[in-house]
Design a protein around this ligand. Structure first.
Ligand SMILES: [Fe+2]
Length: 166
């Protein structure tokens, strides 16, 4: 079993965890996009997918540059959130409930990523890894924007309006 002796190890593990979580989202989300009814929701998801692919490539690069071999475990957490949503979706929900479940899934994923990046940035700053911290701060901003966007789709009744007028 790998040991986490210090903050340096913890930083490495967290980088791998977030990278694994991103990979999980990239592999699962296209099928969910195909399931969404609201045009605005589909657009938000597609846009998010493009951004997370970019983030994942950058994380991969950092991990390779730093020669990190940690295994990571975060995939299970994101897998759980996605599985829960897929279970709910399979219960024959109406188009509105279907899309609300998808939007809720995103809110949970983004919240999870926001916590992860917040922690990583703190850790990177503490270790004097300012280049990493700066890059992760950009990711964090992206996550916050995505969270607000999905929240606004629910708050502004965008999803229901889309479905009613489709
Ligand atoms: Fe995200």
């Amino acid at each position: 079993m790998e040991t986490l002796a210090d903050y340096e190890d913890l930083l490495s593990k967290q980088l791998v965890d977030l990278n694994e979580a991103a990979k999980e989202i990239i592999s699962e989300v296209p099928r969910i996009i195909a399931n969404a009814n609201s045009q605005s929701l589909r657009e938000a998801m597609t846009d998010h997918l493009i951004r997370i692919k970019r983030q994942q490539m950058m994380l991969d690069l950092i991990i390779r540059e730093r020669n990190i071999h940690s295994k990571g475990s975060e995939r299970k957490a994101i897998k759980g959130i996605i599985e829960d949503a897929k279970n709910a979706l399979s219960k024959g929900a109406s188009p509105l409930i279907n899309d609300t479940i998808i939007a809720m899934m995103y809110l949970k994923i983004e919240q999870h990523e926001i916590s992860g990046y917040n922690f990583l940035i703190k850790l990177a700053n503490q270790l004097g890894e300012y280049e990493i911290s700066e890059l992760l701060s950009k990711f964090l901003n992206d996550e916050k924007k995505t969270h607000s966007l999905f929240m606004s789709l629910i708050d502004n009744d965008t999803i229901s309006t889309d479905i009613e007028t489709a």
